[in-house]
Design a protein. Sequence first.
Length: 285
Amino acid sequence: MRFLVSVPASTANLGSGFDALGMALGLYDEIEVAVPEDNSGGLSITVEGAGSGDVPLDESHLVVRAVRAAGYTGGLALKCRNVIPHARGLGSSAAAIVAGVAAGFTLTGRELDTDALQIAAEFEGHADNAAASLFGGIVIAWSEGERYRAVRMEPDARVRPVVLIPSQESSTKTTRGLLPAEVPHVDAAHAAGRAALAVHALTSDPSFLLAATEDRLHQNYREPAWPDTVRVINDLRKLGVPACVSGAGPTVIAFGDLPAEVDVNGFDVRRLDVDTAGVRVRPLD
């Protein structure tokens, strides 16, 4: 058995939708999966691109851990071609997890279902990035007790994301540590309204994106971790361009054309489509 798993990057939060809103992006990691013909055990992994030389090549590899969590325990050969930058707020870990879960389900003869999201989300403790990579489009994610849930929505065709990726890496664990245990009630109310507006803006009327992506919940608290990111966001917003931090940063996600007067030196600027398909598996034999 040989097949190819293609999984999209994702952006999360999208302003005030902290751990709740996500969107799949047209930037893809690919994992070629094979099982030894004699069904022998063993594990082999090769990695090209992002993370090459840094990620483990044993059972602790994130894709392998997700394959095992999905119920497959046999021999495995993986060829990973990584395009999604690591530690930039573009959901690279969620993409690896979703790819592994999709591979595990394929290897055990199962169709992707709600259990796939549950398995993937348990790795990170929230479902926004995982749901986006799994389903594509725009997602709203939440939890009910220990159960993770998500709904997918179709993005408005006028939503045109641009990502500005700095060379600086960022740790989700570190940036979460900068967040206060409590926020003022007025900021919580602001976040609820803007997150709700973001759903409407992303799926029906992008003209509201500037207001919808305004955040008081997490971005300012995290500024010490990536001041250049916040500077670019503020400069874009002053000129009317909707912009916010992508996930845990330091990548900026913006919508529309970037004014020439905004200094984006040090950022890799890429215009991406919104992925609408989510993770895909196709046979190679």
